[in-house]
Design a binder for this molecule. Structure first.
Ligand SMILES: Nc1ncnc2c1ncn2[C@@H]1O[C@H](COP(=O)(O)OP(=O)(O)OP(=O)(O)O)[C@@H](O)[C@H]1O
Ligand SMILES: [Mg+2]
Length: 366
């Protein structure tokens, strides 16, 4: 373990307890309770305006909670000013100092902390290596590309060895290729430094690929916290299911329950079986949620299948998306991986049977 890691991992989790933030009469953060673990790559994901930046600003100390408290380990930091918290922020806009060199930018926080010139030089050199900008310390930041400037901003945030690094949509200004390579860089930096990262994005794919755990937010509330797989495969409600990836919703009534599965009568009268999690409702109007890649295609009329008409078939290279609709008009999308052996997708206007495998569907209260 490097010195960098040992100083960072001594940090503790962030505990947010019943956080409310009101701006006049508007509630931007609505009773959020979250525990972020040490060394975690934790992501806040949600649509624009749901309160992600406000939550980060509360952690950083740029805002004070209306009610609730924020603990770092056992210490209540809710009312400490930002410079007294072992927390740094990397902003979306980089916010670099344009008249300074790369090294001066990276060393700025250390200088403010009163560190010696020799210590600053050692740390800045280490940071330059970490973000792969060796030899660029004397360049003016304005001479660097967008991706390089982003890495300087990261190095500046990491240099004082904060316990927590907050990153507010740090990649959104980059083009797709650069963004993808910076996603890998960020994962590497987090693993190498052992610093807890709290990352904000509204890009669900970015959240799924980068995070140890994700908190999905909407309208100031945290709706679900879990690993990427948890959130994708077991969304807690309709909003989460619809926000993360493409999904199908089939409405119906839960007619009979047998242990962990149930018989659902769909709106069009067809009966299908569906798996029931512990939290699933046990009767009444429900929605079956199923991912497009989990639906199987069979012959129309096959036992346990639902009849559907193929509307369009779209070839995507790695897979094919088959847009269908049921007799009552409910749209259902199926995704099939393309194989070299050339198993063929159904044709437009074909009548096919859809099978919802028991373990792949999820039943949510309507
Ligand atoms: N200082 C403020 N005064 C009044 N309202 C505010 C203030 N800061 C944020 N808000 C409101 O709080 C809500 C949440 O804002 P926030 O910036 O946290 O959203 P966000 O999830 O970061 O969105 P985005 O993805 O667009 O960055 C918004 O409706 C915003 O208008
Ligand atoms: Mg924001």
């Amino acid at each position: 373990m490097t010195e960098f890691q040992s100083s960072a991992t001594s940090g503790s989790a962030v505990d947010m307890l019943g956080i409310v933030k009101d701006f006049d009469t508007f509630r931007a953060v609505d009773d959020v309770t979250l525990k972020i673990q040490p060394n975690e790559f934790f992501t806040l994901l949600g649509p624009s305006g749901c309160g992600k930046t406000t939550l980060l600003r509360l952690m950083a100390g740029f805002e004070t909670p209306t009610t609730g408290s924020i603990l770092l380990g056992t210490k209540d930091i809710s009312r400490l000013p930002p410079n007294h918290r072992p927390i740094n922020t990397v902003f979306q806009s980089y916010a670099l100092f344009p008249h300074m060199t790369v090294a001066e930018n990276i060393g700025f926080g250390l200088k403010m902390l009163g560190r010696s010139r020799s210590e600053i030089k050692v740390t800045v050199d280490e940071m330059l290596r970490l973000v792969r900008l060796e030899g660029r310390g004397d360049s003016l930041v304005t001479r660097l590309s967008g991706g390089q400037q982003q890495r300087v901003a990261l190095a500046r945030g990491l240099a004082p060895r904060p316990q927590i690094l907050l990153l507010d949509e740090p990649l959104s200004a980059l083009d797709l290729k650069l963004r993808q390579s910076m996603q890998i860089e960020l994962k590497r930096l987090q693993a190498e430094t052992g610093i807890t990262f709290v990352f904000v994005t509204h890009d669900q794919e970015e959240a799924l690929t980068m995070s140890d755990r994700i908190a999905v937010m909407n309208a100031g509330k945290v709706l679900q916290v879990g690993s990427s797989r948890d959130i994708y495969e077991h969304p807690a409600d309709r909003f989460v299911a619809g926000f993360i990836g493409e999904t199908n919703f089939l409405q119906g009534d839960l007619e009979a329950v047998d242990g962990m599965s149930g018989t659902v009568r769909l709106k069009n009268g067809v009966r299908v079986s569906a798996g029931l999690s512990e939290e699933a409702p046990r009767h009444g109007a429900i929605t079956i949620v199923i991912r497009p890649e989990h639906i199987e295609i069979t012959d129309v009329g096959a036992a346990g299948s639902i009849a559907a008409t193929v509307a369009t078939v779209v070839y995507f290279g790695t897979d094919t998306h088959i847009h269908t609709h049921l007799a009552d008009g409910t749209p259902v999308i199926i995704r099939q991986q393309n194989r070299r052996d050339g198993s063929r997708a159904p044709q437009t206007n074909a009548l096919i049977g859809l099978v919802l495998p028991l373990g792949a569907s999820q039943v949510l209260r309507d």
